[in-house]
Design a protein around this ligand. Structure first.
Ligand code: 4AD
Ligand code: MG
Length: 431
């Protein structure tokens, strides 16, 4: 494939002539000079047009070209220590591909509603690109860690006949006259897969019809879900902390510049080293009360409790052994207190809430059947899942990491809507 010169590797062409294709990011003029900031999707470079050195039509075009017009610029690559990427282009040619109409997003401040309506354009901005790059780095690091540790990525379906995480947040679809649901999680399918390949994971979009309009909720989000045969709760907590610490270190190593573009305080990420503190649910309740939260044993944590728990430590904290009543049907009970589930959640530091949820699965068929009944789920739909407890049942554990919450935390972006190119939020599906 023949490659155009690109801004992020422009140094290869120092003192040489290149043609760059991209879009006009911004423009300014000073006497007989026009400065065009060119954006090509890999970076931004300043192109300098001198009236006395370029043909008149080129100078006029540099003067009149509008923001986000697509153009081709030719020029000499010069090292310039003051320039953001270390290079500048002394331009001698400018060709218009398309003259952009007045661009709706200008360097002035815009309201969030306006930006969200223009999401398809908004992510051309430097901050949004930084988030997308970090998101991609996180995905590579997460997958890389699991791939290098003996996991096999097997995929799980999106159209499913039954609920995984409870019936209240299902998106329902007509499937040739039958009802199916968009997957809330791949977990139930990961469980039989780990009996085949021992360590498996899935990574894909998951769906929750959450009637929550918060900065932490999406209707469609991506989840990375490892599941391991013969792993207990303690083992899954270790796996989770190692995965998270590895990924944070990797982003710090590879994407520092993007973190800086976002103004991310790096000390909050540099502190993320194993081991992470562990708190039993009971200890977490005590901690919350000592911080003035009005919460009873048995209550689930809401966004505010998560924020308080997360801000009480310099790195993520793992809370384990929740009351079974607030957790899903498949959770194994704690033998020393069967009212507790062998569940664990990882709560991010710095107030971004729960980034991981998981635990050990019930492997006893009768207990699982009783739990299915108690949760008023249709047992017929789970017969295949119960088979796993009929044919060589085994202890196993796993968890789900919510990608967008994780990206929000690492980038320091306050609201989850900026962590995915096209967020799906309550009552908002445009564009
Ligand atoms: O805690 P959850 O519901 O766990 C499960 O779905 C398990 N079946 C996963 C497993 O054990 N394999 O969801 C896991 C994570 C949460 O910790 C959170 O980070 C994220 O998914 N999450 C959401 N992210 C964005 N928007 C939402 N509406 C989310 N709901 C959950
Ligand atoms: Mg959860």
């Amino acid at each position: 494939m023949q490659q155009d010169a690109l801004i992020d590797t422009i140094g290869k062409h120092q003192d040489g002539k290149v043609t760059l294709k991209g879009w006009v990011y911004n423009k300014r003029s000073s006497g007989k000079i026009r400065f065009v900031l060119l954006r090509d999707g890999t970076g931004i470079i300043q192109c300098v047009f001198l009236k006395n050195d370029v043909p008149e039509h080129v100078f006029d075009l540099a003067d009149s070209v509008t923001q986000e017009s697509s153009v081709e610029v030719t020029g000499l690559v010069r090292a310039d220590a003051r320039a953001p990427g270390g290079f500048e282009l002394t331009a001698d040619g400018l060709k218009l591909i398309q003259l952009a109409e007045p661009y709706p997003i200008t360097p002035k401040e815009h309201g969030v509603d306006f930006l969200m309506k223009n999401r398809h354009l908004w992510f051309r901005s430097a901050r949004q690109v930084a988030v997308l790059r970090i998101r991609n780095e996180i995905i590579k690091a997460l997958r890389g860690f699991l791939d290098d540790n003996g996991f096999l990525c097997c995929d799980t379906p999106i159209l499913t006949p039954a609920a995984c995480e409870g019936t209240t947040t299902l998106f329902e679809l007509d499937y040739f006259g039958a009802t199916v649901y968009l997957a809330q999680s791949g977990q139930l399918y990961n469980e039989p897969l780990c009996a085949a390949v021992r360590k498996t994971y899935c990574f894909g979009p998951t769906f929750r019809a959450e009637k929550s309009k918060t900065r932490r909720h999406l209707m469609e989000f991506w989840m990375l879900e490892p599941e391991v045969a013969f792993l207990d709760l303690a083992g899954s907590m270790e796996l989770a902390e190692e995965l998270v610490a590895h990924t944070v270190a990797r982003v710090l190593d590879k994407r520092k510049q993007d973190l800086e573009t976002l103004g991310r305080d790096l000390s909050g990420l540099e502190a993320v080293r194993t081991p992470f503190p562990r708190l039993s649910y009971a200890d977490a309740i005590d901690l919350l009360r000592s911080k003035g939260r009005n919460i009873e044993f048995g209550d689930d944590f809401g966004a505010e409790e998560e924020t308080v728990l997360g801000q009480s430590h310099d790195r993520p904290v793992i809370v384990h052994r929740y009351p079974a009543a607030v957790k899903a049907f498949y959770m194994k009970r704690d033998e020393s207190d069967p009212s507790l589930a062998l569940a664990m959640d990882m709560i991010s530091s710095e107030g971004y809430g729960e980034i991981i949820g998981g635990g050990q699965r019930e492997e006893d068929r009768q207990k699982l059947e009783a739990s299915i009944k108690q949760h008023r789920l249709p047992q017929e739909a789970f017969e295949w899942y119960l088979d796993l407890r009929r044919y060589g049942s085994f202890p196993h554990s796993g968890f789900g990491l919510g990608l967008e919450r994780f990206v929000a935390w690492i980038t320091g972006v306050r609201h989850i809507r900026e962590t995915i190119p096209f967020p799906r939020m309550l009552e908002k599906v445009y564009p």
